[in-house]
Design a protein. Structure first.
Length: 319
């Protein structure tokens, strides 16, 4: 993310305030353009046997006009206070995330911004709401904003993990660092990189009956084969890889914070301790219901979440 020429803002017709639009205006550049997208659907306005088609179509037009007028009011306020180019589009689509992703393919934004809300666990698991689906399938960088944009900007936290075999330093982590650095610059905020050292693997192996010498020789031979020795060795290896990547990206080792533990829990602790306003992370998550670190932290962090996919990612939803 080197610039923001096009921003796609998902409009929430159920709310008066539009945090996604506020955030877009904060980070937009002078030559940026913003498109407000309203993906609408109302099952009560679908064809059914109890109402005549003409009556349903009239009610649908009235609803669409109401939302359109609301959007125009927000655009008028923007134009009164800014020279940024802004327009809108309205789609009748269910589920909403398909309409959003289709628009991403046609409009090709540099960033999609959507306000999000907490979802009950059962709804999340069984009904996979739009936020979760966008986390999995949106091919463009996705900023899920939970709070109204404020003038006082807290740190931007970039979550990286160069130790992953499938994630070479030249790819997803570099995108995360670049995006976090860009956001920190735009918002005049402090940049912080964060790395979670997952020590749960060692504990699991020990509990499963592996001997200390077996673990030590398998992971980091020769090694101190005490539990603490293995943890220290793991931390040392992680720090070396993270510091190398940080320095290659133009940052300093003292701009990194570390946390040991299960990744999603460690990330939550890191966000709280740094008081981050935006957590930037990469994800290769694509299908299924649970398991993504991004999905595990979404409802538990109070800050905004900026999620990036690998450049090779291809969305499965396109129409």
């Amino acid at each position: 993310m080197k610039s923001l020429q096009r921003l796609l803002v998902v409009f929430d017709p159920t709310k008066e305030e539009q945090p996604a639009l506020h955030r877009a205006l904060q980070i937009a550049e002078a030559d940026s353009e913003i498109r407000i997208l309203a993906c609408l659907y109302n099952s009560a306005l679908s064809i059914n046997r109890f109402f005549q088609r003409d009556a349903i179509e009239k009610a649908k037009r009235t609803y669409l006009e109401s939302v359109e007028n609301n959007i125009k009011k927000h655009i008028e306020v923007v134009r009164e206070n800014s020279s940024i180019k802004i327009d809108y589009a309205i789609e009748w689509q269910h589920p909403h995330y398909i309409g959003i992703i289709d628009h991403v393919h046609s409009y090709r934004p540099d960033l999609v911004i959507k306000a999000t809300h907490e979802h009950p666990k059962l709804l999340r698991v069984f009904f996979t709401p739009n936020d979760w689906q966008l986390l999995k399938a949106c091919p463009a960088p996705l900023l899920l904003t939970k709070q109204p944009a404020e003038e006082k900007h807290q740190p931007i936290l970039a979550a990286i993990d160069p130790t992953q075999v499938h994630n070479p330093k030249s790819s997803l982590d570099q995108q995360v660092l670049q995006a976090a650095g860009f956001m920190a610059h735009k918002l005049k905020s402090e940049f912080i990189a964060g790395h979670c050292i997952d020590t749960t693997a060692i504990a699991t192996l020990i509990e499963s009956g592996w001997g200390m010498s077996e673990i030590g020789s398998t992971m980091y031979p020769p090694a101190d084969t005490t539990g603490q020795g293995l943890s220290d060795k793991l931390e040392q290896s992680h720090r070396q890889q993270v510091e190398q990547q940080i320095e290659e990206s133009g940052y300093l080792p003292d701009q990194v914070v570390y946390k040991s533990g299960e990744p999603s829990s460690a990330l939550l602790d890191m966000v709280n301790e740094t008081e981050a306003s935006i957590l930037v992370m990469g994800t290769t998550y694509h299908s299924g219901l649970l398991g993504s670190t991004a999905e595990k932290v979404l409802d538990k962090v109070d800050c905004d979440l900026l999620v990036l996919k690998p450049k090779t990612f291809v969305s499965a939803s396109n129409g």
